[in-house]
Design a protein around this ligand. Structure first.
Ligand SMILES: [Zn+2]
Length: 632
């Protein structure tokens, strides 16, 4: 592009010509078969073929927003950056509605210890023995491998690569069974090793690591011990302790890499679903947004009121384990294995304290800050960082009673915050629905005493308005609950990618449920249940396009179809990532006045829907500012 164009790029004044715009309000109605104001992409979307006769339009962007959509060619204005879309699709930027950014950044600095790259004992042994010291590799991720920097923030006395700590993540028992210190010692005794189960709640340490970390003298209940009182090496939900342990090396986080990679995939926003996020971790994310390291919009779920999030550790520089306590939607990893074990951590929360804060979440038009963090605005004057629903984690082996869960929901609602409840088993879903139904939606209380500007989009004639409360994962949802889910206005945020990534394991291992019924999608949509999606990265693959593809095909890695009746049409699948951050099942459309958070692809809409892939992404804009450009 010429010099004039280079100059124009920075002005935020763009003219995108000859683009297939989708979805516009009218087109959403036409192609999705729903009213423009409706929330849901139904499953009966027409196949991506010639029926998608989407006319070309010119789109003008200024001040971070879409100004004009025109079916007739627009003449460039002075100083405008002109992009010829050449018939490419222009869609809202993808929003990953459930992700763990810190863990994603940390995973990029760890050894991968599970499928698909590590599938057996010898593979695990090789991975552990050849691993560089904690913090410098990600063999499983070519983007990270190509984009590596030393990335290590060793504490004093950590030593170099030789003999240094091994930090491995993504382990699954299909590789080498249940791990303990003795199994790990056989695999790698010479270096301290810690391996995270892909469920996120369990770390297993070998004997060298146990000794160096001083596990034996730790009295926390998360330390599993054998009959003789010796640590087994299995640490349950002890990420905070590991993080703050001076003997355990830290990993520097490269959030910028996460941001770049996502931008190249057309992702313009994240909802970080990490439970119990502390103020320090929040500050890091806000800083990453402020510096541009994370150029996307961020919606950050809140810790439960009165919970005790990890202490502020931004001053220690140790961020290796931030987010490790993240939940995962992995259906096969719920609860801990049978047998005696300590009860630890999450789930025992009281309601002391009051994280009182005005609600500043919802869509980008909402007010931008809370808790004294300065407002950070995108180029269109909307918030770059918002605070989302309160994240509630449930573990099957210590489920709260219904009354207790209602209290926890109430505690959030009374502060004006909806909740997002982790549900991967039948009992969790049943319990959660009962609690949310009993607690009622947050809006009634919020609107009783607060100005209607808060959450106003819920007031403007949308009969199907959501309650704001969310079911995360929704791995198992009994069909008889669909009506209640719909009636309560709950949104299910699913992970279609798990069907592809873990479907073979589900088929082999899940016996208490019909594997074909896991992660329902089409049946929910047909029943009018609000549905959206997130990748759950890094516990799931973080490419939303892969998730879209998985939602369309529901094919496992081994090529088997899992729950074919739950397949979505490709437009409906794509729309799972096109919802509002604060209302994930409400579709964002490309319309004048909307924030210019957009993704332009090199192919037309029919090709995009026939073969959804990040490889098509040509340009990604947040509030009209390019955060990724692969323009010829
Ligand atoms: Zn998660």
């Amino acid at each position: 592009m010429g010099r004039t164009q280079d100059t124009a790029r920075g002005t935020g004044r763009l003219l995108i010509r000859r683009a297939q715009v989708f979805p516009t309000a009218a087109r959403a109605a036409r192609f999705l078969g729903v009213a423009p104001s409706a929330y849901l992409p139904p499953s009966d979307v027409p196949p991506p073929d010639a029926a998608l006769d989407v006319p070309l339009m010119d789109v003008r962007i200024a001040g971070g927003r879409i100004i004009t959509l025109s079916g007739r060619p627009l003449d460039p204005l002075p100083g405008e950056w002109v992009i010829d879309a050449g018939g490419g699709a222009l869609i809202p930027g993808l929003h990953d509605h459930h992700v763990h950014l810190m863990s994603l950044a940390a995973a990029a600095r760890s050894v991968w210890a599970g499928p698909p790259t590590v599938v057996d004992r010898s593979g695990l042994q090789a991975a552990l023995r050849t691993a560089p010291a904690a913090g410098s590799v990600l063999a499983a991720d070519p983007v990270a491998a190509a984009d590596q920097d030393p990335g290590i923030a060793p504490k004093p006395g950590m030593g170099g690569v030789e003999g240094g700590w091994v930090r491995a993540v993504g382990y699954h028992p299909s590789v080498a069974g249940d791990l303990d210190r003795y199994v790990l010692d056989e695999l790698c005794a010479r270096r301290p090793v810690r391996v995270q189960h892909r469920g996120g709640a369990l770390w297993v340490l070998n004997s060298a690591a146990i000794e160096r970390a001083g596990v034996d003298s730790c009295r926390l209940p998360g330390v599993e011990r054998d009959g003789a009182g010796l640590p087994t090496g299995r640490l349950w939900r002890m990420d905070d302790w590991l993080r703050e342990n001076p003997a355990v090396p830290s990993v520097s986080l490269d959030l910028a890499r996460v941001g770049r990679q996502a931008a190249a995939r057309g992702v313009t926003g994240f909802t970080d679903a990490t439970p119990g996020r502390g103020a320090g971790e929040r500050a890091l994310l806000v800083a990453a947004a402020a510096s541009g390291a994370l150029p996307q919009r961020l919606d950050l779920m809140r810790p439960e009121p009165g919970s005790h999030p990890a202490r502020d550790r931004s001053d220690t520089g140790d961020r290796s384990d931030t987010g490790d306590r993240s939940d995962t939607g992995d259906r096969s990893d719920t609860g801990r294995p049978a047998g005696p074990g300590p009860r630890a951590g999450v789930g025992r929360r009281d309601d002391r304290g009051a994280g009182a804060a005005r609600d500043a979440r919802a869509e980008p038009d909402a007010s931008p800050s809370r808790d004294g963090v300065p407002a950070m605005e995108a180029a269109d004057g909307t918030a770059r960082v918002t605070d989302g629903p309160v994240k509630i984690i449930l573990d099957d082996d210590r489920l709260p009673g219904l009354d207790r869960l209602i209290c926890r929901v109430d505690a959030a609602h009374q502060r004006g915050h909806p909740v997002a409840v982790h549900c991967v088993t039948r009992v969790q879903t049943v319990l959660t629905l009962a609690a949310l139904t009993a607690a009622g939606p947050v809006d009634q209380r919020r609107f009783a005493g607060q100005p209607p500007s808060v959450g106003r989009h819920r007031l403007v004639g949308r009969h199907a308005a959501g309650s704001g409360d969310r079911i995360e994962h929704g791995a198992v949802i009994p069909a008889e609950l669909y009506g209640e889910l719909r009636g309560a206005g709950l949104t299910v945020v699913t992970q279609p990618n798990f069907v592809a990534e873990r479907g073979d394991h589900y088929l082999a291992e899940v016996t208490d449920e019909d594997p074909a019924s896991l992660y329902p999608a089409a049946s929910l949509v047909r029943a009018g249940v609000r549905l959206a999606a997130g990748t759950d990265g890094p516990f799931g693959g973080s490419d939303p396009w892969a998730a879209v593809y998985a939602a369309v095909h529901r094919r496992t890695a081994a090529g088997r179809t899992l729950g074919g009746h739950e397949r979505l049409g490709s437009a409906a699948a794509l729309c799972l990532f096109l919802g509002h951050p604060g209302d994930p099942a409400r579709l964002r459309t490309v319309r004048p006045g909307a924030p210019a958070d957009l993704c332009l692809t090199s192919c037309g809409l029919a090709d995009l829907l026939a073969e959804p892939s990040a490889a098509w992404v040509r340009l990604t804009l947040v509030a009209g500012v390019p955060i990724h450009a692969a323009l010829a």
